[in-house]
Design a protein around this ligand. Sequence first.
Ligand SMILES: [Zn+2]
Length: 406
Amino acid sequence: MQFTNIIGQSSVKQQLAELVQHNRLSHALLFLGKEGSGALPLAIAFAQYIVCEKVNGKHSTAQQQGPSLFGDAEPEPAISAAEVINDACGVCSACLKTIQLVHPDIHFSYPTVTKKAGEKPIATDFITEWREFIKLNSYGNLFDWIEQIKEKENSQGKITAEECNEIIRKLSLKSFESEYKILIMWMPEMLGTEGNKLLKLIEEPPPNTLFILVAENDALVLQTIVSRCQLIKVPSLDTKEIEEALISRNKTEPAIARQVASVSEGNYREALQLVQHAEEDWQSLLREWLNAILKTGPVAQTKWVEDVSRLGREKQKQFLRYFNHLLEQAIHYRIRGEELVIGEKERDFAERLNKIAGIEQQQAIIEELDRASYYIERNAHGKMLFHALTIKLYHIIQDKIVFLEN
Ligand SMILES: [Zn+2]
């Protein structure tokens, strides 16, 4: 994975290349980026940059050899000493191994699940699945990863004490091919207090060892570890970057890409999921809900709650996010009117939402939806949660008369 394969993040890429070029790299880095920002693929691209033979000046390229004596095509102009290589070459032996995730000096550590009672899994047990995950879903989150490897319901991912011992063992070995040994640990949030085993290693690592931790939420990582790392902030992506990535990488229709990018909050994973569950579904689900709340009454409400509780947590969260986005659009539309460029269907819905509820009510609903998302993430009971939410929304908007016709 080269920097060029990573969506956006140009200033972070620049910062990373400069850290290497100016020898300002600390031996423990914390890549901190929210879900869908690409912190993990970025960390892998960075590892590739570090081991790339061309970046290290070991690779004898045509440029360095000068013009060919044998009538081959004219080489590119030679790279001057001042010119800086900003990305891995993608073709040297170290790059090829990194792309396949088989470079012997780049180690990975990530949460694993227990398949049988008493078993003590380590990351290497899941390396085949891990390679597949990175290849197909490198913007995925912990939920996606656990879904891929779990065998039982409610499996929780964990980085085990045995894995910590394994890391200590691996990093005590000499590097095989590269100057550096690199360990990329994804989701150190899942370390628990076992992580304390690694403190000494992070503080006084063996020579030429680089730790790269990739986290979404530093508050959940052991503070003793965070405080020993150089922080690399990986911001959420721009709407435009997501739109372009959907079109070029996912072959999404431009109109859908634009719409999805605008609600994905800089989260490329979310954008991919939204494309999968076309927006149409959410609109009709939402229309049914509002009608049940405001017109058709308790029986319809119960049926709707049954339906939505079968969707699963991820989709429930997406649905709430979608509704929230529409409410925000409705508020903007009310304030800025025609100035706001939104799609026809969204404008229509915004107008309907503005008829149902005033700004204060809409803000109250947004808060309720945010709170519900928070509880869904923490495994709240879906049916109870949506039932309670239905009642709350009814009370928030009951004094308005509504017709949410199709
Ligand atoms: Zn290379």
